[in-house]
Design a protein around this ligand. Structure first.
Ligand SMILES: CC(C)(COP(=O)(O)OP(=O)(O)OC[C@H]1O[C@@H](n2cnc3c(N)ncnc32)[C@H](O)[C@@H]1OP(=O)(O)O)[C@@H](O)C(=O)NCCC(=O)NCCS
Length: 175
């Protein structure tokens, strides 16, 4: 199989993306149409990791508002006019395709999209103890107020809201 590469996700990738999501996030289920809506609203933020003819991972991001997180399995309806972050809804790779820098490459692509859109931060909810990994990619945990904490709880008790400030000087580990 050829080396995996990121490309824009297509509507025809939805079945594969949804199957990977169900396999990797059995406790955080989302309907395919909820994922499809993100691909429609922000095609430039939604990428598929392709290896030959196979889809082996995906990354879904869209403009959003800092300190707010969309409800799990909920429709966005529309993107905010005054978005101040690109929200990384999810990045997931099949197990055989992890550890090869795909998440780092996805974040670099999203960073480029944010910068070209005049958006100065990236946001995400870290789950499954991935906080340290996201820290390596420049994100910092943010203390959640009671309202945000309640929403985070639907992502599991270890869910952590994290931000990456794109106006901060780059650290050496971010290359
Ligand atoms: C989390 C996930 C997306 C990471 O993807 P990946 O392609 O394996 O990550 P990368 O290879 O790009 O690694 C990114 C950085 O994190 C580091 N890293 C990887 N695993 C780590 C871990 N368990 N703890 C700390 N750092 C870690 C890597 O060393 C790399 O840093 P470096 O480039 O400075 O060496 C992938 O493991 C996955 O699909 N997991 C299941 C779904 C999931 O948890 N998604 C995240 C939801 S918030």
């Amino acid at each position: 199989m050829s080396k995996p590469h990121w490309r824009h996700a297509r509507a025809s990738d939805l079945t594969a993306i949804s199957a990977i999501a169900q396999r990797i996030h059995p406790d955080l289920p989302e309907r395919p149409e909820v994922l499809a809506e993100k691909m429609q609203l922000c095609p430039d933020g939604c990428l598929a990791l392709a290896a030959g003819n196979e889809i082996v991972g995906y990354g879904l991001s869209h403009p959003w508002t800092q300190h707010q997180i969309p409800a799990l399995d909920g429709f966005l309806e529309q993107l905010p006019d005054d978005a101040d972050c690109l929200y990384v809804h999810d990045v997931a790779m099949l197990p055989d395709f992890r550890g090869g820098g795909a998440a780092r490459a996805y974040v670099a692509a999203i960073e480029g999209l944010a910068r070209s859109s005049g958006i100065t931060s990236l946001a995400l909810v870290s789950v499954y103890g991935t906080r340290e990994l996201w820290q390596r990619l420049g994100f910092r945990a943010v203390t959640a107020d009671a309202k945000l904490r309640r929403k985070l709880d639907s992502y599991g008790e270890r869910a952590t809201y994290m931000l990456r400030d794109l106006t901060a000087p780059r650290s050496a580990s971010l290359r």
